[in-house]
Design a protein around this ligand. Structure first.
Ligand code: HEM
Length: 148
């Protein structure tokens, strides 16, 4: 097994945890929390998932950038939107910043004041982060065909 292959397996395992965890939250826990108007259902899931989720996101970034460098997509070429492969990497990086933005909004503005009346705000963030994760996965799957 080459180093690239090993790094790709770590990337895929981390993607499984990150996207799988958010799909579980969005499909199973969020509807119950909204129906019962109980933010604790979401907060207790986030507490349990935090370390695993954050570690998997960190691994996705490290392994993703590592593999991009293997393909010659170095920092100087990012955001040029020239080749199909580089386009996908650049879009993935933009989506990553969108994920950071959602996380900052959640941690500093939404979660500290979360209650049964404004539970829709955290719902919007969960649906956004989950959709972005799925989009990153779909984009990743195009890379073996040369990107978009
Ligand atoms: C939520 C975040 C991410 C998810 C869910 C994700 C998911 C995936 C998936 C499913 C693949 C497909 C692998 C295959 O078809 O064999 C992939 C490949 C890839 N991803 Fe990501 N990815 C994420 C973040 C990133 C980031 C931040 C970068 C780098 C900037 C990146 C760079 C790559 C590269 C270079 C490949 C191609 C690997 C190869 O085919 O050898 N990914 N990703």
């Amino acid at each position: 097994m080459s180093t690239h292959h090993f790094v790709l397996i770590i990337h895929l395992l981390a993607a499984t945890v990150w996207v799988g965890g958010h799909l579980l939250l969005a499909i199973c826990y969020l509807p119950t929390a909204l129906r019962k108007k109980d933010p604790h259902i979401i907060l207790s899931f986030e507490k349990k998932f935090e370390v695993l989720g954050m570690s998997s996101l960190a691994l996705l970034i490290i392994t993703g950038i590592w593999m991009a460098y293997d393909f010659g997509i170095t920092i100087e070429t990012w955001f040029a939107f020239k080749s199909g492969f580089e386009k996908v990497i650049s879009i993935k990086l933009i989506l990553l910043f969108c994920t950071f933005f959602c996380a900052i909004c959640a941690q500093f503005y939404v979660i500290p004041n979360l209650n049964e009346k404004n539970i829709n705000r955290i719902a919007l963030i969960i649906i956004s982060v989950t959709s972005i994760g799925v989009a990153m996965l779909v984009l990743g799957s195009t890379l073996r065909y040369g990107g978009i």
